[in-house]
Design a protein around this ligand. Structure first.
Ligand code: GRG
Length: 304
C-alpha cells in the first residue's frame, strides 16, 4: 500500500475510529479526575478545563491501536496508558502556552489556561496533570512489571530523553541560526518521542515481543516526524479557526520549520516519505496493525 493509493473511504473510516477513540478517552480522563478527592478547588477546576478541551487524542489512538496490533484487541491496560500519555501531552501544551515559553492565548479553540485562570494556576495544573499520569499507571496497571515498564517508557518519552530536551532545544534555536540537523533533533525529541512512547505503551499493554516493540518504536518516530512536518505545513496554510490555535505563529517568530528549510513541495514530499517509512516499520505485524497503517497515511494528509 502506498500513499497515492489511499482512498477517501479509508480517510472516513479512520476519522470515524479516531473520533470514537477520542470520545471514549475524553470520558475516561474525566473519570480519572473525578476519582481524585481533596484536590484544591481552583486547581481542580483548571485541570478539568484542560481535560475538557477538545484534543484530537491521537497519541491515545496510537496506544490503543498499538495494543490491537499486538494482541488483536484494546485491553484495559492500553486504555489506562492512553489516558496517561494524553495527560502528559496536555501538561506540555499548558506549559508551552505560558508567557515564558510560546506565550499563546488560544489552544484547542479556547483561551489558554493562564489566560482563563492565571500563570501560577497554569503551572500547577500542568504539574498536576504530569504527575497524575504516573499515578494512574502505578495505581491501575495490575501487572506490576508491565506497570513499571510503562512508567519507564512514558518518562523517557516525555522527559529529558525526549520532549523536555526537544522543548529546551526549540527555545534555544529561537535565539540563533540553526540548520537541518538541529531541526531534526528538535522535532524528533519534542514531537516524535511522544509518538514513539505511545506506540511502545500500546505494545507493552498487548504483551509485545522485543521485535514487535522495536517495530512499534520505529513506527512511532516516523509517524511523529510526519505529524510534525504536517503541523509546520498547516501553520502556514490553515486558519486559526481550523487549527484551534494561533496560525502563522512559526513564520512570525522566525521559527525553524520544515517549510522554511525545504520549501512547501519538499516538505510535502518528506511527509509522504515518512508515512511510507512508518508503515514499513510495521512489517512484522499482520492485519491487526491496519488501523496504525491507515493512521500514518491520513495523519500526514490532515487539515487540522
Ligand atoms: C513544555 C516540556 C514542554 C514541552 C512542550 C507539545 C509541546 C512541547 C509544544 C507545543 C508546540 C508544538 C507545535 C509541539 C509539537 C507537537 C504538536 C504538534 C503538538 C500539538 O499536538 P496535537 O495537534 O494537539 O495532537 P491536540 O490539541 O489535538 O492534542
Amino acid at each position: 500500500m502506498y500513499f497515492s493509493e489511499v482512498a477517501n473511504s479509508m480517510q472516513e473510516e479512520i476519522d470515524f475510529g479516531l473520533k470514537q477513540n477520542a470520545e471514549f478517552i475524553d470520558g475516561k480522563l474525566l473519570e480519572v479526575l473525578a476519582e481524585r478527592s481533596e484536590v484544591f478547588g481552583r486547581l481542580s477546576d483548571s485541570m478539568r478545563y484542560v481535560v475538557e478541551g477538545k484534543g484530537k487524542r491521537i497519541r491515545a489512538s496510537v496506544v490503543m491501536w498499538g495494543c490491537e496490533a499486538v494482541c488483536g484487541e484494546v485491553r484495559e491496560s492500553a486504555v489506562t496508558a492512553a489516558c496517561a500519555i494524553e495527560l502528559v501531552h496536555a501538561y506540555s501544551l499548558v506549559h508551552d502556552d505560558l508567557p515564558a515559553m510560546d506565550d499563546d492565548d488560544m489552544r484547542r479553540g479556547r483561551a489558554t489556561v493562564h489566560k482563563k485562570y492565571d500563570e501560577a494556576t497554569a503551572i500547577l495544573a500542568g504539574d498536576g496533570l504530569l504527575t497524575l499520569a504516573f499515578e494512574i499507571l502505578a495505581e491501575k496497571i495490575e501487572d506490576s512489571v508491565m506497570g513499571l515498564e510503562m512508567v519507564g517508557a512514558l518518562a523517557k518519552a516525555g522527559g529529558i530523553s525526549g520532549m523536555v530536551s526537544g522543548q529546551a532545544a526549540d527555545l534555544e534555536a529561537e535565539k540563533s541560526a540553526c540548520g537541518m540537523e538541529m531541526l531534526e533533533y528538535i522535532h524528533e525529541k519534542k514531537t516524535a518521542c511522544m509518538f514513539e512512547g505511545s506506540a511502545l505503551l500500546g505494545g507493552l499493554a498487548g504483551g509485545a515481543s522485543r521485535e514487535q516493540l522495536a517495530g512499534l518504536g520505529r513506527y512511532g518516530i516516523k509517524l511523529g516526524l510526519g505529524f510534525q512536518v504536517a503541523d509546520d505545513i498547516l501553520d502556514i496554510s490553515a486558519s486559526s479557526e481550523q487549527l484551534g490555535k494561533t496560525a502563522g505563529k512559526d513564520e512570525k517568530a522566525g521559527k525553524l520549520t520544515y517549510p522554511a528549510m525545504l520549501g512547501l513541495e519538499g516538505s510535502r514530499k518528506l511527509e509522504k516519505q515518512l508515512a511510507d517509512e512508518a508503515v514499513g516499520a510495521l512489517d512484522v505485524f499482520g492485519e491487526e496493525a491496519d488501523n496504525l497503517r491507515k493512521l500514518a497515511y491520513i495523519l500526514v494528509n490532515r487539515s487540522k
